[in-house]
Design a binder for this molecule. Structure first.
Ligand code: NAD
Ligand code: ZN
Length: 343
Protein backbone atom coordinates (compact mmCIF):
# COMPACT_ATOMS: atom_id res chain seq x y z
CA UNK A 1 0.00 0.00 0.00
CA UNK A 2 0.98 3.66 -0.37
CA UNK A 3 2.08 5.41 2.83
CA UNK A 4 3.75 8.66 3.82
CA UNK A 5 6.94 7.73 5.62
CA UNK A 6 9.44 9.68 7.71
CA UNK A 7 12.17 7.76 5.94
CA UNK A 8 15.21 9.91 6.74
CA UNK A 9 16.40 12.00 9.70
CA UNK A 10 16.04 15.27 7.79
CA UNK A 11 13.29 17.65 6.68
CA UNK A 12 10.63 15.97 4.53
CA UNK A 13 8.30 13.00 4.11
CA UNK A 14 8.42 10.33 1.42
CA UNK A 15 5.57 8.42 -0.29
CA UNK A 16 6.59 4.74 -0.23
CA UNK A 17 5.16 1.26 -0.85
CA UNK A 18 4.89 -0.57 2.50
CA UNK A 19 3.09 -3.82 3.47
CA UNK A 20 -0.59 -3.62 4.51
CA UNK A 21 -0.46 -4.06 8.32
CA UNK A 22 -1.47 -7.42 9.81
CA UNK A 23 -4.10 -7.27 12.55
CA UNK A 24 -3.96 -9.11 15.87
CA UNK A 25 -7.17 -10.70 17.33
CA UNK A 26 -8.13 -7.46 19.14
CA UNK A 27 -7.40 -5.11 16.24
CA UNK A 28 -9.40 -3.63 13.38
CA UNK A 29 -8.15 -2.83 9.86
CA UNK A 30 -9.33 0.56 8.64
CA UNK A 31 -9.33 1.63 4.98
CA UNK A 32 -8.25 5.24 5.28
CA UNK A 33 -10.23 7.67 3.12
CA UNK A 34 -9.42 11.14 4.42
CA UNK A 35 -6.62 12.40 6.64
CA UNK A 36 -5.86 15.85 8.01
CA UNK A 37 -2.43 17.38 8.59
CA UNK A 38 -1.72 18.35 12.19
CA UNK A 39 0.73 20.84 13.75
CA UNK A 40 2.45 17.73 15.14
CA UNK A 41 2.92 16.39 11.58
CA UNK A 42 4.58 19.72 10.73
CA UNK A 43 7.02 19.25 13.65
CA UNK A 44 7.84 15.79 12.20
CA UNK A 45 8.00 17.07 8.61
CA UNK A 46 10.33 19.92 9.61
CA UNK A 47 12.31 17.59 11.89
CA UNK A 48 12.64 20.04 14.79
CA UNK A 49 14.23 19.27 18.17
CA UNK A 50 10.98 17.81 19.58
CA UNK A 51 10.57 15.46 16.58
CA UNK A 52 14.20 14.34 16.65
CA UNK A 53 13.81 13.35 20.32
CA UNK A 54 10.47 11.56 19.97
CA UNK A 55 9.99 10.02 16.51
CA UNK A 56 11.74 6.81 15.37
CA UNK A 57 12.89 6.60 11.73
CA UNK A 58 11.53 5.07 9.54
CA UNK A 59 7.88 5.54 10.54
CA UNK A 60 4.54 5.91 8.72
CA UNK A 61 3.24 9.21 10.12
CA UNK A 62 -0.23 10.80 10.56
CA UNK A 63 -2.93 10.44 13.22
CA UNK A 64 -6.01 12.39 12.01
CA UNK A 65 -8.25 10.24 9.84
CA UNK A 66 -11.62 8.91 8.79
CA UNK A 67 -12.37 5.69 6.94
CA UNK A 68 -14.19 2.35 6.93
CA UNK A 69 -13.55 -0.92 8.73
CA UNK A 70 -12.51 -3.64 6.23
CA UNK A 71 -11.46 -6.44 8.60
CA UNK A 72 -11.81 -7.25 12.30
CA UNK A 73 -9.75 -9.56 14.55
CA UNK A 74 -11.29 -12.71 16.05
CA UNK A 75 -12.10 -11.18 19.48
CA UNK A 76 -13.57 -7.90 18.17
CA UNK A 77 -17.26 -7.42 19.09
CA UNK A 78 -17.98 -3.67 19.22
CA UNK A 79 -17.13 -2.83 15.60
CA UNK A 80 -18.00 -4.54 12.32
CA UNK A 81 -16.85 -4.53 8.71
CA UNK A 82 -18.39 -1.59 6.86
CA UNK A 83 -18.62 0.76 9.87
CA UNK A 84 -17.57 4.33 9.23
CA UNK A 85 -15.01 5.22 11.87
CA UNK A 86 -12.34 7.50 13.24
CA UNK A 87 -10.25 6.62 16.26
CA UNK A 88 -8.23 7.64 19.26
CA UNK A 89 -4.59 7.90 18.23
CA UNK A 90 -3.15 7.17 21.68
CA UNK A 91 -2.63 3.48 22.29
CA UNK A 92 -2.48 2.87 26.04
CA UNK A 93 -1.10 0.13 28.28
CA UNK A 94 -3.05 -1.64 31.00
CA UNK A 95 -0.39 -1.95 33.68
CA UNK A 96 -0.03 1.51 35.22
CA UNK A 97 -1.96 2.83 38.19
CA UNK A 98 -3.72 5.41 36.01
CA UNK A 99 -4.74 2.87 33.34
CA UNK A 100 -6.08 0.49 35.98
CA UNK A 101 -8.08 3.37 37.48
CA UNK A 102 -9.64 4.08 34.07
CA UNK A 103 -7.63 7.27 33.53
CA UNK A 104 -6.35 5.96 30.22
CA UNK A 105 -5.26 9.38 28.93
CA UNK A 106 -2.77 9.56 31.82
CA UNK A 107 -1.13 6.19 31.19
CA UNK A 108 2.67 6.66 31.07
CA UNK A 109 2.99 3.72 28.63
CA UNK A 110 0.94 5.59 25.99
CA UNK A 111 2.19 5.46 22.42
CA UNK A 112 0.90 7.68 19.62
CA UNK A 113 0.09 6.38 16.16
CA UNK A 114 2.07 8.36 13.62
CA UNK A 115 4.45 9.52 16.38
CA UNK A 116 5.78 6.31 17.97
CA UNK A 117 3.64 3.66 16.20
CA UNK A 118 2.79 3.23 12.46
CA UNK A 119 0.35 5.98 11.52
CA UNK A 120 -2.66 6.83 9.38
CA UNK A 121 -1.13 8.59 6.36
CA UNK A 122 -1.53 5.30 4.50
CA UNK A 123 -4.15 3.32 2.64
CA UNK A 124 -4.72 1.06 5.68
CA UNK A 125 -4.30 1.38 9.44
CA UNK A 126 -4.39 -1.37 12.10
CA UNK A 127 -5.94 -0.06 15.34
CA UNK A 128 -6.94 -1.74 18.64
CA UNK A 129 -10.75 -2.17 18.84
CA UNK A 130 -10.62 -0.18 22.11
CA UNK A 131 -9.49 2.90 20.15
CA UNK A 132 -12.04 2.77 17.32
CA UNK A 133 -14.82 5.39 17.33
CA UNK A 134 -17.81 4.27 15.23
CA UNK A 135 -19.64 7.15 13.54
CA UNK A 136 -23.00 7.29 11.79
CA UNK A 137 -23.04 6.09 8.16
CA UNK A 138 -23.68 9.67 6.98
CA UNK A 139 -21.07 11.30 9.24
CA UNK A 140 -18.85 13.39 6.89
CA UNK A 141 -15.46 11.71 6.38
CA UNK A 142 -13.67 15.07 6.38
CA UNK A 143 -15.13 15.92 9.79
CA UNK A 144 -14.14 12.42 10.95
CA UNK A 145 -10.58 13.33 10.01
CA UNK A 146 -10.55 16.47 12.19
CA UNK A 147 -12.08 14.92 15.33
CA UNK A 148 -8.62 14.33 16.76
CA UNK A 149 -7.70 18.05 17.01
CA UNK A 150 -11.27 18.98 17.93
CA UNK A 151 -10.83 16.59 20.86
CA UNK A 152 -7.68 18.48 21.92
CA UNK A 153 -9.64 21.73 21.74
CA UNK A 154 -12.65 20.38 23.65
CA UNK A 155 -10.55 18.73 26.35
CA UNK A 156 -8.41 21.86 26.90
CA UNK A 157 -11.35 24.29 26.79
CA UNK A 158 -13.36 22.26 29.30
CA UNK A 159 -10.37 21.60 31.59
CA UNK A 160 -11.62 24.41 33.87
CA UNK A 161 -15.08 25.80 34.51
CA UNK A 162 -15.48 28.68 32.06
CA UNK A 163 -19.18 29.46 32.38
CA UNK A 164 -19.36 33.24 32.83
CA UNK A 165 -15.56 33.47 32.90
CA UNK A 166 -13.21 35.62 30.82
CA UNK A 167 -10.98 33.48 28.64
CA UNK A 168 -7.66 34.23 26.91
CA UNK A 169 -6.63 31.83 24.13
CA UNK A 170 -3.10 32.23 22.76
CA UNK A 171 -2.52 30.82 19.25
CA UNK A 172 -5.15 30.93 16.49
CA UNK A 173 -4.06 27.71 14.85
CA UNK A 174 -6.85 25.25 14.02
CA UNK A 175 -6.99 24.09 17.66
CA UNK A 176 -7.07 27.63 19.09
CA UNK A 177 -9.87 28.55 16.68
CA UNK A 178 -11.85 25.43 17.61
CA UNK A 179 -11.29 26.26 21.29
CA UNK A 180 -12.76 29.74 20.78
CA UNK A 181 -15.83 28.23 19.07
CA UNK A 182 -16.26 25.73 21.91
CA UNK A 183 -15.75 28.43 24.60
CA UNK A 184 -18.48 30.52 22.93
CA UNK A 185 -20.90 27.57 23.05
CA UNK A 186 -19.90 26.53 26.55
CA UNK A 187 -20.88 29.93 27.99
CA UNK A 188 -17.65 31.86 28.51
CA UNK A 189 -18.14 35.63 28.99
CA UNK A 190 -15.41 37.57 27.17
CA UNK A 191 -13.13 35.57 24.85
CA UNK A 192 -9.89 36.93 23.40
CA UNK A 193 -7.87 34.98 20.81
CA UNK A 194 -4.32 36.12 20.05
CA UNK A 195 -1.87 35.31 17.27
CA UNK A 196 0.90 37.05 15.35
CA UNK A 197 -0.52 36.03 11.97
CA UNK A 198 -3.25 38.30 10.54
CA UNK A 199 -4.47 35.68 8.06
CA UNK A 200 -5.24 33.25 10.88
CA UNK A 201 -7.03 35.88 12.97
CA UNK A 202 -9.16 36.95 10.00
CA UNK A 203 -9.93 33.31 9.22
CA UNK A 204 -10.88 32.68 12.88
CA UNK A 205 -13.74 35.18 12.45
CA UNK A 206 -15.48 32.75 10.08
CA UNK A 207 -15.79 30.15 12.86
CA UNK A 208 -16.64 32.39 15.81
CA UNK A 209 -19.29 35.00 16.53
CA UNK A 210 -18.14 37.04 19.53
CA UNK A 211 -14.45 36.34 20.06
CA UNK A 212 -12.15 39.41 20.04
CA UNK A 213 -9.13 38.79 17.79
CA UNK A 214 -5.81 40.43 18.74
CA UNK A 215 -2.60 40.46 16.74
CA UNK A 216 -0.10 40.99 19.55
CA UNK A 217 2.54 42.22 17.08
CA UNK A 218 0.60 45.40 16.45
CA UNK A 219 -2.02 45.65 19.21
CA UNK A 220 -1.41 45.97 22.96
CA UNK A 221 -3.29 43.21 24.78
CA UNK A 222 -3.50 45.28 27.99
CA UNK A 223 -5.18 48.11 26.03
CA UNK A 224 -7.65 45.63 24.53
CA UNK A 225 -8.44 44.41 28.05
CA UNK A 226 -9.19 48.00 29.12
CA UNK A 227 -11.31 48.53 26.03
CA UNK A 228 -13.50 45.48 26.72
CA UNK A 229 -13.80 46.28 30.43
CA UNK A 230 -11.58 43.52 31.70
CA UNK A 231 -9.77 45.36 34.45
CA UNK A 232 -8.57 42.50 36.69
CA UNK A 233 -7.38 39.92 34.17
CA UNK A 234 -8.50 36.68 32.58
CA UNK A 235 -9.97 33.91 34.73
CA UNK A 236 -8.95 31.13 32.34
CA UNK A 237 -5.99 30.91 29.93
CA UNK A 238 -5.74 28.34 27.14
CA UNK A 239 -2.19 28.22 25.76
CA UNK A 240 -2.37 26.87 22.22
CA UNK A 241 0.70 28.28 20.47
CA UNK A 242 3.70 26.58 22.09
CA UNK A 243 5.37 30.03 21.84
CA UNK A 244 7.31 31.52 24.75
CA UNK A 245 6.16 35.15 24.17
CA UNK A 246 2.52 34.02 24.17
CA UNK A 247 2.90 32.22 27.50
CA UNK A 248 4.72 35.17 29.11
CA UNK A 249 1.99 37.50 27.94
CA UNK A 250 -0.64 35.15 29.36
CA UNK A 251 1.08 35.17 32.77
CA UNK A 252 0.98 38.99 32.74
CA UNK A 253 -2.72 39.11 31.86
CA UNK A 254 -4.16 36.51 34.26
CA UNK A 255 -6.35 37.32 37.26
CA UNK A 256 -5.00 36.41 40.72
CA UNK A 257 -5.91 32.77 41.30
CA UNK A 258 -6.61 32.14 37.60
CA UNK A 259 -6.37 28.80 35.81
CA UNK A 260 -4.19 28.01 32.79
CA UNK A 261 -4.52 24.91 30.59
CA UNK A 262 -1.44 24.31 28.43
CA UNK A 263 -1.74 22.38 25.18
CA UNK A 264 0.91 24.07 23.00
CA UNK A 265 4.10 22.07 22.57
CA UNK A 266 7.23 24.24 22.62
CA UNK A 267 9.54 23.44 19.68
CA UNK A 268 12.33 23.59 22.27
CA UNK A 269 12.47 24.19 26.05
CA UNK A 270 12.02 27.80 27.20
CA UNK A 271 12.59 29.60 30.54
CA UNK A 272 9.54 30.57 32.64
CA UNK A 273 9.29 33.25 35.37
CA UNK A 274 7.88 31.03 38.12
CA UNK A 275 7.78 34.04 40.47
CA UNK A 276 4.76 35.27 38.49
CA UNK A 277 2.99 31.93 38.79
CA UNK A 278 3.56 31.89 42.56
CA UNK A 279 2.82 35.61 43.04
CA UNK A 280 -0.49 35.33 41.18
CA UNK A 281 -1.36 31.99 42.82
CA UNK A 282 -2.08 30.52 39.38
CA UNK A 283 -3.03 26.92 38.66
CA UNK A 284 -1.30 25.42 35.63
CA UNK A 285 -2.46 22.21 34.01
CA UNK A 286 -0.66 20.43 31.20
CA UNK A 287 -2.98 18.84 28.67
CA UNK A 288 -2.02 15.71 26.82
CA UNK A 289 -4.31 14.47 24.06
CA UNK A 290 -7.87 14.17 25.27
CA UNK A 291 -9.78 12.17 27.85
CA UNK A 292 -10.41 8.58 26.89
CA UNK A 293 -13.21 8.42 26.15
CA UNK A 294 -15.18 11.16 27.82
CA UNK A 295 -13.91 13.87 25.44
CA UNK A 296 -15.12 11.83 22.43
CA UNK A 297 -18.65 11.70 23.89
CA UNK A 298 -18.67 15.43 24.63
CA UNK A 299 -17.28 16.32 21.20
CA UNK A 300 -19.76 14.18 19.26
CA UNK A 301 -22.56 15.62 21.40
CA UNK A 302 -21.40 19.18 20.61
CA UNK A 303 -21.42 18.33 16.87
CA UNK A 304 -24.86 16.78 17.26
CA UNK A 305 -25.97 20.00 18.93
CA UNK A 306 -24.87 22.09 15.94
CA UNK A 307 -21.15 22.81 16.39
CA UNK A 308 -20.09 23.05 12.73
CA UNK A 309 -16.35 22.84 12.13
CA UNK A 310 -16.57 22.34 8.35
CA UNK A 311 -15.47 25.93 7.50
CA UNK A 312 -12.16 25.11 9.22
CA UNK A 313 -11.23 22.94 6.22
CA UNK A 314 -9.61 25.25 3.69
CA UNK A 315 -7.72 22.95 1.32
CA UNK A 316 -7.99 19.45 -0.14
CA UNK A 317 -5.34 17.45 -2.01
CA UNK A 318 -4.97 13.92 -3.35
CA UNK A 319 -2.58 12.06 -1.02
CA UNK A 320 -0.08 11.77 -3.88
CA UNK A 321 0.09 15.58 -3.90
CA UNK A 322 1.19 15.67 -0.26
CA UNK A 323 4.22 17.87 -0.98
CA UNK A 324 1.96 20.71 -2.19
CA UNK A 325 -0.08 20.33 1.00
CA UNK A 326 2.97 20.52 3.30
CA UNK A 327 4.40 23.49 1.35
CA UNK A 328 1.08 25.26 1.78
CA UNK A 329 0.93 24.44 5.51
CA UNK A 330 4.33 26.09 5.90
CA UNK A 331 2.94 29.40 4.65
CA UNK A 332 0.69 29.53 7.77
CA UNK A 333 -2.22 30.62 5.52
CA UNK A 334 -4.37 27.53 6.02
CA UNK A 335 -7.05 26.09 8.23
CA UNK A 336 -7.14 22.29 8.16
CA UNK A 337 -5.63 20.70 5.05
CA UNK A 338 -7.09 17.35 3.97
CA UNK A 339 -5.41 14.52 2.05
CA UNK A 340 -7.72 12.23 0.06
CA UNK A 341 -6.50 8.60 -0.01
CA UNK A 342 -9.21 7.34 -2.40
CA UNK A 343 -7.98 9.14 -5.53
P1 NAD B 1 -0.45 25.65 14.87
O1 NAD B 1 1.03 25.59 14.84
O2 NAD B 1 -1.23 25.57 13.62
O3 NAD B 1 -0.92 26.99 15.63
C1 NAD B 1 -0.12 27.69 16.53
C2 NAD B 1 -0.43 29.18 16.33
O4 NAD B 1 0.29 29.92 17.31
C3 NAD B 1 0.00 29.71 14.95
O5 NAD B 1 -1.11 30.30 14.28
C4 NAD B 1 1.07 30.74 15.31
O6 NAD B 1 1.09 31.86 14.42
C5 NAD B 1 0.63 31.14 16.72
N1 NAD B 1 1.65 31.87 17.46
C6 NAD B 1 3.01 31.85 17.33
N2 NAD B 1 3.57 32.74 18.18
C7 NAD B 1 2.57 33.32 18.86
C8 NAD B 1 2.51 34.34 19.86
N3 NAD B 1 3.63 34.92 20.33
N4 NAD B 1 1.29 34.72 20.33
C9 NAD B 1 0.15 34.14 19.88
N5 NAD B 1 0.16 33.17 18.90
C10 NAD B 1 1.34 32.78 18.41
O7 NAD B 1 -0.88 24.48 15.88
P2 NAD B 1 -2.28 23.74 16.16
O8 NAD B 1 -2.38 22.55 15.27
O9 NAD B 1 -3.42 24.69 16.25
O10 NAD B 1 -1.92 23.19 17.62
C11 NAD B 1 -1.73 24.11 18.68
C12 NAD B 1 -0.57 23.67 19.57
O11 NAD B 1 -0.94 22.50 20.31
C13 NAD B 1 0.73 23.28 18.84
O12 NAD B 1 1.82 23.70 19.63
C14 NAD B 1 0.66 21.76 18.79
O13 NAD B 1 1.94 21.17 18.68
C15 NAD B 1 0.03 21.48 20.14
N6 NAD B 1 -0.66 20.19 20.31
C16 NAD B 1 -0.57 19.60 21.53
C17 NAD B 1 -1.22 18.42 21.78
C18 NAD B 1 -1.14 17.81 23.13
O14 NAD B 1 -1.57 16.67 23.30
N7 NAD B 1 -0.62 18.53 24.11
C19 NAD B 1 -2.02 17.84 20.79
C20 NAD B 1 -2.12 18.48 19.54
C21 NAD B 1 -1.45 19.67 19.31
ZN1 ZN C 1 -3.31 16.07 15.60
Amino acid sequence: MKALVKAKSEKGLWMEEVPVPDITPNEVLIKIERTAICGTDMHIYQWDEWAQKNVPVPLVVGHEYGGHVVAVGSTVTRVKVGDRVSGEGHVVGRKSRNARAGRFHLDPDTKGIGVNLPGAFAEYLALPEFNVIPLGKDFPLEIASILDPLGNAVHTTLAFDLVGEDVLITGAGPIGIMAAAVAERAGARRIVLTDINDWRLEFAKTLTTRTRMVNTMNEDLKKVMDEIGLDEGFDVGLEMSGAQPAFNQMLDCMLMGGNIAMLGIPAKPYPVDFGKIVGKALTLRGIYGRQMYETWYKMLALIDGGLDMSPLITHRFAATEFQKAFDLMETGKTGKVILDWTQ
